[in-house]
Design a protein around this ligand. Structure first.
Ligand code: GLU
Length: 459
């Protein structure tokens, strides 16, 4: 059984890079009917915060990336790691290093001078010391030969062992370090496949040697390429993209964000629009691309429009509700079901959709001054009066019939349909841009429509 994991360090919000890593792991697990594990890598006590943990959990939930196991917290597993460090020491695969900072600096400088890659000179590797003195514990990397791992996208990646440092696995303060704990956890949790950012490639040979030393068999590795911003530089937290929750707050649908993230470094022919189920069915690690992916806000905006159109009205009403409620507390589901059909096709985000409902919930129409000056005038009064007459006669429920009647009246008054419709639009909403006037009137009802047009015509 395939088992993947997402292993964020909770030191900030979940941004697009992390979210994409989570998504690829989740999609692969779901495609293979495997399991998806969440593990908080919170060993850095200074930088890890509960706030970040909560935000990561909320972001994953919003994206719909449900977890099968966890969240595990590394901060709760120190006993396991301690035991493994002791085992490595007992097996002669790790050693205590008593070098002071000054000694390390001097050795490093000497190496640099000699034109060598600066690394620890292995001074304490085969020596006993006084254990009561401050010391770190280092892992004995092999010196001869090389380490090879197979990356799904890159094939065999080889490293000369002499280039691998005897890395510190436990610090002087007793805290264990990333490369050790990640190996222990991935092995103990039965992770079969690791998908992560390619900035971890340099860690993988180190980790492989730890797998070997601890008697574990290693998982499969897939390193995905960077995400670049619109400026072709590495996507940073400062880019427009922001965190997952900031996209939620801007009114993007989770399905659109998932679609956008999936397309950052994964493709399936020319297809652009994918539902979550479609992605699960089509996803494979082989179709990840090696070249960096470029994030583009226009593409996300476009995908959001597509996903709004794809969503059924009930679900869309539900998704839009928090945005509408923030502006119009008393809004109900019934109101939303009336409004969604006319707003669905014209809203790029849920924020826009919520603004589109303003006309409906307005206690009284607030006029845009320019709109009023242009369309609520002496000249437009006959059109408004005629509209009132038609609505009184025909009601507002049959939009098509009312539309035909408006056209006939426009002809009778020798004006264009637009000259008939625009004053009505301004009377109903205070603005020159809005959904269709007949749809709006049908949602507002006869009485309210007459009230608003009557009010405007008496100005
Ligand atoms: N906690 C690591 C990070 O956030 C993940 C390491 C890994 O995936 O192996 O970069």
């Amino acid at each position: 059984m395939i088992k993947t994991r997402f292993a964020p360090s909770p030191t900030g919000a979940l941004h697009l890079g992390g979210a994409r890593t989570a998504l690829f792991n989740w999609l692969y697990a779901r495609n293979q009917k495997g399991k998806f594990v969440l593990r908080m890598e919170d060993t850095d006590k200074e930088r890890s915060t509960q706030e970040s943990v909560d935000e990561i959990l909320e972001s994953l939930k919003w994206l719909g990336l449900d977890i099968d196991e966890g969240p595990y917290y590394q901060s709760e597993r120190t006993e396991v790691y301690k035991e493994k460090v002791e085992k490595l020491l007992a097996d002669g695969k790790a050693y205590r290093c008593y070098c002071t900072k000054e000694e390390l600096d001097a050795a490093r400088q000497a190496m640099q001078k000699a034109g060598k890659k600066p690394m620890y000179n292995r001074k304490c590797r085969d020596k006993d010391g006084d254990q009561s003195k401050p010391h770190v514990i280092r892992f004995k990397m092999p010196i001869e030969g090389g380490t090879v791992f197979h990356d799904t996208l890159r094939g065999d990646v080889k490293t000369k062992n002499e280039e691998l440092d005897d890395l510190i696995i436990r610090r002087t303060d007793g805290n264990v370090t990333y490369n050790l704990v990640v190996v222990v956890d991935d092995a103990e949790m039965g992770i079969t496949d690791i998908v992560r950012g390619d900035y971890h490639i340099a860690n993988t040979p180190k980790q492989l040697n730890l797998y070997k030393a601890l008697g574990y068999s290693p998982p499969n590795f897939t390193h995905v390429s960077l995400i670049l911003g619109n400026n072709k530089k590495r996507l940073s937290k400062r880019d427009g993209s922001g965190s997952v929750l900031s996209l939620r707050n801007k009114g993007f649908l989770p399905s659109a964000v998932v679609n956008m993230l999936a397309r950052l470094g994964w493709g399936y022919g020319d297809e652009e629009v994918f539902t979550v189920d479609g992605l699960i069915g089509k996803f494979s690690l082989r179709n990840l691309t090696l070249s960096p992916a470029v994030f583009n806000d226009e593409k996300l905006a476009w995908l959001n429009v597509q996903h709004i159109k794809l969503m059924d009205n009930e679900k869309l009403a539900e998704a839009a509700m928090p945005f509408v409620k923030a502006k119009h507390q008393n809004a109900t589901r019934e109101d939303m079901l009336k409004l969604i059909p006319m707003l669905k096709e014209r809203s790029r985000t849920l924020v826009e959709l919520a603004s589109g409902t303003d006309f409906f919930f307005a206690e009284s129409v607030v006029f845009d001054e320019k709109a009023k000056a242009k369309f609520i005038t002496k000249e437009t009064k006959p059109a408004l009066k005629e509209a009132i007459k038609l609505i009184e006669e025909l009601g507002v429920t049959d939009s098509e019939k009312l539309n035909e009647a408006f056209k006939a009246s426009a002809e009778k008054l020798s004006i264009k349909m637009k000259a008939m419709a625009q004053p009505v639009r301004v009377a109903l909403t205070g603005k020159t841009v809005s959904p269709g006037i007949f749809e709006m009137m049908s949602a507002l009802g006869k009485e309210e429509s007459l009230k608003r047009i009557g009010m405007a015509s008496s100005l």
